[in-house]
Design a protein around this ligand. Structure first.
Ligand SMILES: [Zn+2]
Length: 84
């Protein structure tokens, strides 16, 4: 109970160690409701396009960004489909 050791959890910060990262960006505001409860997930679509998926916990607004530009939902769906 009286261990003198103080173990500091290792924090790798923003180091990209996995394909999918979940982060909350406190600077971002939801464009739909102005809320701050946004969750951004970096993901890769089926066609290999890296995108940032952002969803709002307050109003369920969702958006996809590729290279900082918003993608139309139809484009996202098209990219997410496997081509036959
Ligand atoms: Zn919202």
């Amino acid at each position: 109970m009286s261990s003198a050791r103080s173990e500091v959890p290792t924090q790798r910060g923003l180091e990209a160690t996995s394909l999918t990262q979940v982060r909350t960006d406190s600077m971002a505001l939801c464009p739909a409701c102005g809320g701050r409860r946004l969750t951004s997930i970096a993901m890769t679509l089926t066609d290999g396009s890296p995108v940032d998926f952002t969803s709002c916990h307050t109003c369920e607004y969702k958006t996809w960004l590729q290279n900082g530009k918003a993608l139309d939902i139809d484009v996202v769906l098209a990219k997410a489909q496997k081509h036959k």
